[in-house]
Ligand binder design. Structure first.
Ligand code: NAG
Ligand code: NAG
Ligand code: NAG
Ligand code: NAG
Ligand code: NAG
Ligand code: NAG
Length: 792
């Protein structure tokens, strides 16, 4: 036996002296945590094999560098129960080779299959652990079962692959893989636990690649089927392989490193030098449409100085697993599509700009050409959008979860991340004593009882305040008692002085109505329209309150935005966004007419705004005063419904859908049902919309006794007559754009006539109106608007 051992050692290139524990006989074993069981050491002490304690009381069966301080693990027995507890045992067996058992005797791992009878095993100074038969024929080698590291003289065949660990110190299966695919050497991620391989993130072209060789001099290359060589990496000449350890590792972060370390254990300040990384920039290399990329979902990858990825959650996101910075991130505030809030607004969301940042996947829409502002708006207005990436006039909308995020100076994209504002942090009044809560409630209820007649409404509005965390503060009887202190949702509270300054002493008047006057002003949010309610009239007070509640709740691009209000005891004021083109009335009845095309667009916009009020916001709202004076136009002539002083809030109740109340509207636009004892429903707005449509079509007022010849004074009657006689050209006399678009013109007139039916049940809902206007659904011939009254 002794002669056989020395014979084997003669075969080994680097044998200097025989060391008894470099060889293991069948029956030899090691027990994890057994201090007396020293590991098996290679002849020149370079490598050791045995159990290493990798966690408290937990061990890994592995091979490591034994001589130097940084004892990297180069191979380990791969199985699901790593690391194993104290008492686990590895044994050299004749038929199963190495056999790892738990302390209870359960089999954890074995090196097999073995084709012959094992006589003994040994570990070489190359780091290769080998089992041999009695003829010294190798039966099994750890080099043929690579894990995540290749050592000089090790080869990787087409069928082999490297697998990353889960993390630097976690020895379970990781996400990354180095393998041959279609003749090339590729790096890919894979899905766990199935190990299904995703698209490669890096390909080393080898064409007919057959074998990866890491030679004894530290050259790494692929051998093609035809025997030709494709170089991957060469050693650093200053650190020759006979005086330095070399290794190739697929790291847990997906980067392959080629490294060296001096073999001299007493060398000063010796460390592993990673002199080559593959790929060069893993953050940028990742663009597969499956998996999260190098970092977790919603994370952003940046490259460290050592060309390794560093992962950080995107702003507004936090790690799901706080101990693993490579893990996924979750939104701190979940983005949600609220009811009727498809188009979310700047009040609920903000955009955070992230220069040189891209998410190359997870697109769902592409706009091109687009300006950066259009791009940002498109995301803000879309509740599915969580980020947009902008580059070269192109705008990509992204959805969750964001994958493959990277920030790199080479990225020419700028990203905007949409973050939900922390609404609950705005308007908290910490000075409010808690004990006053009950009393405030009572005041609130009282104020609302006066304001609104239905108790259902009180509960509704009350609930909406309380849910936002606002309780009004008790003060002496004043109009604003019911209003929240501080900022109301996204609304700002202004002082009288601030608004006097903003409007330059109420200098520039924009308009005037029954309830007050509107002035132009400038605040930090930009130009605004400040509406001052007439002093002390009970109606004004009511209308002020109604308007704050209604508009405060409504967020839609066709509803004028309320920025804030002032109720400091002198006057009630509302601060609206300034809409530079003023009211629609001036464009319908004034000198400068809008084109037919623009007028149809405005009609669609108003219809959408009304649909939102009626069906899509939290509380059902009847505007009650739809007329051209109350439709404002922004710089792009987008219509925005304003002036909610008369509006009514309705409890969602499909069966009744109405509120009983006295309302005053504007003559000419008021539905006949107002004057009857029947309850008022959203159909009153539909009626007014019908009248407004006819005015938009014809660019004239509904009732204009003086100007028009007999039979034409009342637009709604005349329009029906024209329609019946098939003379719509007369209705839009001289408007050739409209006449050329006769299909749409007829559709509009017909829809308008349906809307102004005297019987509210005959009128369509706004939800029905929109597809009718768009021509998506056919519209039947309407009866005379007055048929209801004449038959009843
Ligand atoms: C690969 O590297 C070796 C050693 O540096 C060199 O001799 C050989 O020419 C290289 N082959 C190619 C194809 O570059
Ligand atoms: C030790 O090596 C590191 C990395 O190579 C280097 O940054 C450091 O300055 C060295 N320390 C000394 C004392 O030479
Ligand atoms: C995913 O990417 C691959 C190649 O990059 C492409 O062939 C495939 O169509 C993509 N799949 C989807 C759903 O986009
Ligand atoms: C909401 O927006 C999405 C995406 O733009 C669109 O597909 C969907 O039809 C919209 N829904 C409504 C009710 O407008
Ligand atoms: C939302 O905005 C998009 C784009 O601005 C628009 O096409 C769509 O009609 C809007 N939807 C609603 C419900 O307002
Ligand atoms: C929102 O603001 C409140 C009050 O400032 C704070 O306590 C809370 O942590 C914030 N929430 C988030 C998600 O930032």
């Amino acid at each position: 036996m002794a002669c056989m051992i020395s014979h084997i050692f003669l075969l080994l290139p680097s044998v200097v002296y025989a060391q008894s524990n470099s060889m293991l006989n069948v029956g030899g074993s090691l027990i994890a945590g057994d201090a007396s069981a020293s590991p098996w050491i290679s002849p020149a002490d370079h490598f050791a094999f045995g159990f290493r304690e990798v966690d408290d009381g937990l061990f890994l069966l592995c091979i490591w560098y034994n001589k130097i301080d940084e004892k990297n693990i180069v191979w380990f027995a791969q199985h699901d129960q790593n690391p194993v507890p104290k008492g686990s045992k590895v044994e050299v067996t004749a038929s199963n080779g190495l056999l790892l058992k738990s302390s209870q005797g359960g089999e954890l791992w074995k090196s097999g299959p073995i084709s012959s009878v094992v006589a003994f095993g040994t570990i070489y100074d190359t780091g290769n652990l080998v089992l041999l038969d009695s003829n010294t024929t190798p039966l099994w080698e750890s080099f043929n079962q690579p894990v995540d590291t290749l050592l000089p003289t090790q080869k990787m065949e087409v069928k082999d692959f490297l697998s990353s660990r889960k993390s630097q110190n976690t020895y379970s299966l990781g996400k990354f893989q180095l393998r041959f695919s279609e003749g090339n050497l590729v790096l890919n991620m894979r899905s766990l636990p199935t190990t299904y391989a995703y698209e490669p993130y890096h390909v080393i072209q080898a064409f007919e690649g057959n074998q990866v060789v890491f030679d004894e001099d530290g050259f790494l290359y692929i051998i093609q089927r035809n025997g030709k060589r494709v170089n991957i990496s060469e050693p650093e000449s200053a650190y020759p392989a006979n005086t330095h350890y070399y290794q190739v590792t697929l790291n847990f972060d997906g980067v392959v490193t080629v490294s060296h370390h001096t073999r001299n254990p007493s060398a000063f300040n010796a460390t592993w030098i990673h002199f080559k990384t593959i790929p060069n920039n893993i953050c940028v290399a990742m663009r597969g449409n499956l998996s999260s990329g190098a970092c977790g979902y919603n994370s952003i990858c940046t490259l460290n100085n050592d060309q390794r990825p560093s992962c950080n959650c995107a702003p507004g996101y936090s790690l799901i697993d706080l101990n693993d910075k490579y893990s996924d991130c979750k939104p701190i505030i979940q983005p949600i599509c609220e009811d009727g809030e498809n188009n979310s607004t700047t009040d609920l969301y903000r955009l955070q700009d992230l220069p040189n940042t891209d998410w190359p996947t997870q697109d769902y829409e592409l706009f091109k050409p687009f300006t950066i502002e259009e791009c940002k708006n498109a995301c803000l207005l879309d509740c599915f959008c969580v980020a947009v990436v902008y580059r070269d006039n192109s705008c990509w909308k992204k959805k969750l979860p964001l994958a493959n995020g990277r920030k790199d100076s080479g990225e020419k994209s700028i990203s905007f991340l949409k973050l939900r504002r922390n609404i609950s942090s705005i308007g908290q009044d910490s000075n409010l004593p808690r004990s006053k809560g009950k009393k405030n409630h009572d005041t609130l209820v009282l104020a609302l009882s006066i304001l609104l007649s239905s108790s259902l409404l009180i509960i509704l509005v009350l609930a909406s305040f309380i849910s936002r965390g606002f309780i009004s503060h008790h003060r002496k009887k004043h109009t604003s008692d019911f209003l929240p202190r501080g900022n109301f949702g996204s609304m700002q509270k202004f002082t009288f002085k601030e608004l006097r300054e903003a409007t330059n002493g109420f200098k520039e008047e924009l308009g005037r109505g029954s309830c007050g006057v509107v002035y132009k002003g400038v605040t930090e949010v930009g130009s605004v329209a400040v509406k001052i309610f007439n002093d002390m009239f009970e109606d004004s007070e009511k209308e002020f309150k109604t308007e704050v509640i209604v508009v405060g709740e409504a967020h839609h691009k066709n509803i004028a935005r309320l920025h804030g209000y002032c109720d400091d005891g002198k006057r009630c004021m509302l601060v609206y966004e300034f809409l530079s083109n003023g009211s629609l009335a001036s464009f319908l009845f004034g000198d400068s007419k809008l084109s037919w095309d623009l007028r149809t667009k405005i009609t669609y916009g108003i219809a959408r705004g009304l649909l939102y009020l009626h069906e899509e916001c939290n509380t059902e709202i009847i505007h009650c005063d739809i007329k051209p004076q109350n439709v404002l136009l922004d710089e792009h002539y987008n219509p925005k419904i304003s002036d909610f002083g008369l509006a009514k809030l309705l409890k969602m109740d499909q069966s009744r859908n109405r509120v009983e109340t006295n309302i005053k509207g504007t003559t000419g636009y008021i539905a006949p049902d107002w004057f009857k004892s029947t309850p008022v429903t959203t159909k009153v707005d539909v009626y007014s919309f019908g009248v407004l449509m006819l005015e938009i079509i014809c660019c004239r007022r509904n009732g204009d006794m003086e100007v028009y010849e007999q039979g034409r004074e009342i637009l709604v009657d005349w329009a029906y007559d024209c329609y019946q006689q098939g003379r719509l050209d007369v209705l839009v006399e001289g408007d050739f754009e409209a006449i050329d678009d006769m299909g749409r013109l007829e559709r509009f007139v017909v829809v308008a006539i349906w809307c102004i039916q005297e019987d509210p049940y005959q009128r369509p809902t706004m939800r029905q109106v929109i597809p009718m206007l768009e021509g998506i659904v056919p519209v039947s011939t309407p009866p005379s608007p007055c048929s209801f009254s004449s038959t009843s």
